[in-house]
Design a protein around this ligand. Structure first.
Ligand SMILES: Cc1cc2nc3c(=O)[nH]c(=O)nc-3n(C[C@H](O)[C@H](O)[C@H](O)COP(=O)(O)OP(=O)(O)OC[C@H]3O[C@@H](n4cnc5c(N)ncnc54)[C@H](O)[C@@H]3O)c2cc1C
Length: 603
């Protein structure tokens, strides 16, 4: 079973991506150049990633007291990825990039996520470098970002602390000016950082010459106090090894120490670390404290970091999606080969007949269609959002602004829908395998374990839900929601006769979401309105995916097996999934307080 035909259909038949060639930035591109990138990534993923997915799960990262040891396969895969040019694919030609549309970059990266989601931490490196390209000084770009794009350095994002996860305003890492001349360092205003960062992915390894940590920390006020809230947070580049203005290592180790590795449920190919900044394990230039260079203005750290987090959230959604796809393909293959049971006929079962393959049972088909509808629907949404990113960056001003606002509203969905429902897809893939699915002899349990992370990192499910209902649907007088509704209405208006019933169902769902949004906020305190934010997120996500499927289904014409399959998945989603929104929106609209009111000692 190959992913490529689905990617090709979505990119070329549905999204018409080659039309981007008319934009100046993409003028040298065509379907041929896009295909070449997809071919290369598909090949590297097949050769360097897929065969080692189990290896990286079994051979967890180890710390020998000095170095973190990873399997050789991880080194080989990361090298092959860097050599493919994918780290800088979207960058300008002038700095060695390919000026590839983000839509194609995202599609190409999908092959790696499906082959082995945890081998590479490249998403962090490109996200880190992209942030520096947006907010760094010319020299910070030259020294740090460019060396990340060429694969010499890798990147991390250091937000979380043991006591500050969802609540970043409680970050306690301190940054104080480093000496009287701290303003004059060519790499940026120089500070000394002290504090602990928890959960840092790819925080320590030997895969690259250096690691560029992007660290959130607070600069104390004149009284030495940390400013409460997010306004006091600034952003710093803290390299593991210090570098000169040419990007060469100076031979000095910065005061960043690995306190320990976290041993995870899944996603084990990527190290996950507790890092101590500035505790004096590696004193530098005669003093304790990790040297960090300010990025952007003091107090604007979180704003800069969001540049990285929005990209990361689309990436997390894509990773969850591809794990869903991997489980779907594995369970489809299993269902076609596993003989078990006999068909029920009017005369009962005939025990003398041979067993049928389980794919012949309606319940197995139900579980396959559920997985297909979640995963392919989520993939279509992720590519749609990636296409909006290209619109935001290269479209005419009005279209670009619309794309920006649509992305604001869709980002919590593109992250959360796959995190929840492609995880459910993985659970169904285990179910199809029966007892074998619950063993480590088949790959599906690993997909589930790997996928379980996605509802937790990059903003938990609960935080995404509050972002959607508490901020995104309200911002700029609800314009993002109105734009999204207009796009859905356009799909509804275009629906051909075969899809009229679904079009009406989607119009009704849209109306229900709009009414629930208003009812949730009608004269309510935020705590009341947001008490059922997660059911709202679920209903919103299902409505968005129903819209995506209605649009995709219009394109899946003809009697070929893939078209029949896509239309079946679309129908499944409308008949089995979309009706669920009624229950979710009921508690939102009535501001049901069953959960909020239950006293703690009643548990
Ligand atoms: C494998 C892994 C990799 C990670 N990688 C990185 C990384 O590279 N860099 C980085 O900075 N961080 C990283 N993280 C951290 C991740 O972003 C945090 O775990 C996440 O933000 C949640 O923080 P927490 O674990 O402290 O949980 P908490 O914030 O304590 O949340 C616990 C629960 O309480 C809920 N909750 C919290 N506040 C509220 C509220 N106000 N209202 C309602 N519910 C609430 C949450 O939704 C959650 O269900 C990673 C985490 C993991 C597990």
């Amino acid at each position: 079973m190959s992913l490529r035909p689905t990617i090709d259909f979505l990119l070329y038949d549905w999204l018409q991506v080659p039309e981007l060639q008319s934009r100046e930035r993409f003028a040298d591109h065509s379907r041929e150049t896009f295909d070449a990138v997809l071919d290369t990534c598909e090949r590297i993923a097949r050769e360097k990633y897929a065969p080692f997915n189990r290896t990286v799960d079994i051979e967890e990262p180890k710390f020998d007291g000095e170095k973190v040891i990873l399997p050789q396969a991880t080194h080989d895969a990361c090298k092959a990825y860097a050599q493919s040019g994918m780290l800088s694919a979207a960058q300008d030609y002038a700095i060695g990039g390919m000026q590839l549309p983000y839509t194609v970059e995202a599609a190409a990266n999908a092959f790696f996520a499906m082959a082995s989601v945890s081998i590479g931490s490249d998403m962090l490196t490109t996200g880190n470098a992209n942030l520096l390209m947006a907010h760094g000084t010319a020299l910070q770009k030259q020294v740090f970002a460019l060396n990340e794009f060429n694969g010499r350095f890798s990147g991390t994002m250091c937000l979380s602390e043991p006591q500050a996860g969802s609540s970043l305003s409680d970050v306690a890492t301190r940054a104080v000016p480093d000496g009287a001349d701290y303003q004059n360092d060519p790499l940026g205003p120089r500070y000394r950082l002290r504090g602990n960062k928890m959960w840092i992915s790819a925080g320590e390894h030997e895969l690259t010459e250096n690691i560029v940590h992007l660290v959130l920390a607070k600069i104390p006020d004149a009284n030495g106090q940390l400013v409460p809230g997010v306004k006091g947070i600034s952003l710093f580049i803290v390299p593991k090894k210090l570098v000169d203005t040419n990007g060469q290592l100076t031979g000095e180790r910065n005061d960043v120490a690995l306190a320990g590795l976290n041993h995870k449920c899944g996603w084990r190919g990527t190290t996950n670390t507790l890092l101590n900044f500035g505790e004096g394990k590696y004193p530098v230039r005669g003093d304790t404290g990790a040297i960090g260079y300010l990025v952007g203005q003091p107090g604007e750290g979180l704003k800069c970091m969001f540049h990285m987090m929005n990209e990361a959230r689309i990436g997390v959604g894509m990773a969850a999606t591809m794990l869903g796809m991997a489980g779907y393909y594995a369970s489809l293959d299993y269902a076609k080969n596993r003989p078990q049971g006999r068909p029920m006929t009017a005369a009962g079962k005939n025990p003398a007949s041979s067993q049928v393959r389980i794919i012949e049972h309606a319940d197995i088909k139900r579980m396959l269609l559920a997985q297909k509808s979640y995963s392919e629907g989520a993939l279509a949404l992720a590519l749609y959002c990636a296409r909006l990113v290209d619109e935001q960056h290269t479209g005419a001003p009005e279209a670009a602004d619309d794309a920006r606002l649509l992305l604001e509203v869709l980002t919590p969905i593109v992250k959360s829908f796959p995190s929840e429902w492609c995880l459910e897809a993985n659970s169904l893939a285990i179910q199809i395998h029966g007892g074998y699915g619950y063993t480590r002899d088949f790959p599906v349990e690993q997909y589930w374990r790997d996928n379980r992370l996605n509802m937790i990192h990059e903003g938990t499910h609960g935080i995404q839900a509050m972002d959607l209902l508490g901020r995104k649907v309200l911002m700029e007088n609800g314009k993002g929601l109105q734009l999204l509704a207009a796009r859905m209405q356009a799909t509804i208006a275009r629906a051909n006769p075969e899809w009229q019933a679904e079009a009406r169902q989607l119009a009704d769902a849209l109306q229900q979401v709009g009414a629930a949004t208003q009812a949730a906020w009608q004269g309510a305190e935020p705590a009341q309105a947001l008490a059922n934010a997660v059911p709202y997120l679920q209903a919103f996500g299902h409505t968005v995916i129903a819209w995506i499927w209605l649009d995709v289904a219009q394109c899946a014409t003809g009697d070929t097996a893939p078209s029949v399959g896509r239309r079946a998945a679309a129908r499944y989603f409308f008949r089995y999934e979309l009706p669920k929104i009624g229950a979710w929106l009921q508690v939102v609209s009535t501001r049901d307080s069953t959960c909020a009111d239950v006293p703690e000692d009643a548990f």
